[in-house]
Design a protein around this ligand. Structure first.
Ligand code: ME8
Length: 532
């Protein structure tokens, strides 16, 4: 209850705040669904949780997109947020507690205060930067990244145009001073960066020595002004990272900030790991603020061997898949098919095959068969189980194991694939149990023993499904709710979201006498796959 939870630290999970230069694709939805499953799992443990997502709206990339579309950057962002990003999260049943936009005053004011404070502490200095600059990219290039024309002129590798040597005065954050502190921190907190391969990459990067970080830009103005020198705007990454603090009351609501900050888990794609695992903790250390518990990097969804991306126009819209497979199957598929942290390719064929065999055949059929048999043999009234034997004991044990594995893998290790597999292994076990016990044959035995056997088999199957609905609710909330209702569990046990996942294996929760009805088919047969 709320009062018990007051004063305790919330389990705080974030997604990256996404650039609104275009509409979201499967890659953005992948990270956001993972965070939703993680936070729903923790909520269903009874914990206090805060789940944050939002949008990154400053910088040249957004400014240019707006210019190309003949609107102001603010108007562009407003349109994309309201028409593309927020509606997608609603469509995918994302239960975020807040949505931060970096153009909101609650963010921009606090970012200025944070940066001013660092400046006052002597962590920021004015310095010069001189280097090869590509106007096409509006970006300083590293000398090693350039290519050479036949006459020896240095060219931008993207635009294939000559770079200029540009000199600019910028403000710098003394990032280089934080190398040793960061290495000490990684050493003391081996779980800070996940997966292990990502951790090693970051440690090696920091060991090579860090450069001070340029935190201002004066060649364009779509950003938050540096408070003491308004010709400069704050570098978009410094602005963006601070969302994790400004959204939960930094310098504004001390009680909220105390009970939420820092994040327990920052979910990020592996492309932005260094910003989160190096720059962000150093910024916090410089302010004496606590650093996050974990940065967990997911791998890339690939199309044709390349990272799916907005800029390369290879983004697939999530709605193109949900209209075919449904929202629940969509939420399930990417976490089930790809080990979190590894890259994976999307294909219609693989999704179709898994949907059919695992969701429709293994799980959906089990649910409809059990409901149908309780209807046929017991008039829809769940019988009591009175003749438990070894076969039932194996089911009770299988369930306990599935619960323990799923709770550790999904709730703690962010190994969504292993957690989902544990639940579906149990579904397979229950299918095997029914095949072996042959309730349709036992039903022909009219003796009291026969009746007791039949009752026991169907109770065992229904009670197993009760637990499956609880365990799958964070992943597939709509179908879990449908199953929950078809088992008569809503009436007897209350709301599904209130059932603790860690107790799902306690046997015998579903009471005899519960009204079991045949609900809608959980995973309907697929139409012919849409090819376009
Ligand atoms: O980087 N596979 O925003 P962004 C998997 N604004 N995940 C993918 C993906 C793919 N192909 N493509 C994108 C930014 N993602 C910054 C973040 S945070 C303070 C600022 C996911 O719109 C993944 O989580 O480019 C990646 O990190 C994020 O989208 C990048 O989104």
């Amino acid at each position: 209850t709320g009062s018990e939870k007051q004063g305790t630290k919330a389990y705080y999970v974030t997604t990256p705040i996404y650039y609104v230069n275009d509409a979201p694709h499967l890659g953005h939805a992948y990270t956001t669904v993972a965070g939703d499953v993680l936070t729903r799992w923790h909520r269903q443990r009874g914990e206090k949780v805060w789940y944050l997502t939002g949008t990154d709206e400053h910088g040249q990339k957004i400014m240019r997109t707006a210019e190309a579309n003949n609107v102001t950057p603010q108007a562009w962002c407003d349109k994309l947020v309201e028409e593309a990003w927020k509606p997608l999260w609603e469509h995918l049943n994302i239960a975020n507690d807040d949505f931060i936009r970096t153009t909101q005053k609650r963010h921009t004011d606090r970012v200025q205060e944070f940066v001013q404070d660092l400046y006052d502490k002597g962590e920021i200095y004015k310095g010069g930067y001189e280097g090869p600059y590509c106007v096409g990219c509006e970006e300083y290039k590293l000398p090693g990244d350039l290519i050479e024309a036949e006459d020896g002129t240095k060219l931008c590798p993207i635009h294939k145009k000559p770079v200029e040597i540009l000199k600019e005065e910028n403000y710098f954050f003394k990032l280089s001073e934080y190398g040793p502190k960061l290495l000490e921190f990684y050493e003391a907190n081996p779980g800070f960066i996940q997966p292990e391969s990502a951790r090693n990459e970051v440690v090696n990067f920091v060991k090579q020595g860090l450069q001070d970080l340029s935190i201002s830009r004066s060649t364009f103005d779509w950003g938050i002004p540096i408070p003491w020198d308004e010709k400069h705007v704050i570098y978009v990454w410094v602005d963006a990272l601070l969302n994790y603090a400004t959204a939960v009351g930094y310098n504004e609501n001390p009680a909220k900030f105390e009970e939420t900050f820092p994040a327990d888990v920052h979910l990020v794609g592996k492309d932005i790991l260094r910003f989160h695992a190096v720059i962000w903790p150093a910024m916090l250390m410089a302010q004496g603020l606590p650093v996050p518990g974990r940065v967990a990097a997911n791998g890339w969804l690939m199309v044709g061997g390349e990272k799916m991306s907005k800029s390369n126009l290879t983004g697939i819209k999530p709605q193109d898949l949900t209209s075919h497979f449904g929202v629940d199957a969509y939420r399930w598929y990417f976490l089930r098919a790809i080990a979190f942290g590894s890259d994976g390719s999307f294909s219609w064929e693989d999704f179709t095959a898994r949907y059919t065999s695992e969701l429709a055949n293994d799980y959906g059929n089990l649910a409809s068969r059990v409901a149908a048999m309780v209807g046929k043999y017991f008039g829809g009234e769940l019988p009591a189980s009175t003749a438990d034997g070894d076969a039932e004991k194996a089911i009770h044990e299988g369930l306990a194991k599935a619960v323990a594995t799923a709770d550790a893998k999904i709730g703690e290790e962010l190994d969504f694939q292993a957690g989902i597999l544990a639940i579906f292994d149990f579904v397979k076990q229950v299918n095997g149990y029914i095949t072996e016990q042959e309730p349709w044959k036992v039903a022909k035995d009219d003796s009291p023993e026969g009746k007791a056997r039949l009752a026991t088999i169907l109770y065992t199957a229904a009670e197993s499904l009760r637990a499956v609905a609880v365990l799958l609710n964070p992943i597939m909330p709509e179908t879990s709710q449908a199953l929950w209702e078809s088992l008569g569990a809503e009436a007897s046990l209350g709301a599904l979201a209130d059932q603790p996942v860690q107790d799902a294996g306690t046997w015998g929760k579903l009471p005899a006498g519960a009204t079991v009805t045949k609900g809608a088919v959980l995973f309907p047969r697929l139409e012919d796959p849409k090819k376009d």
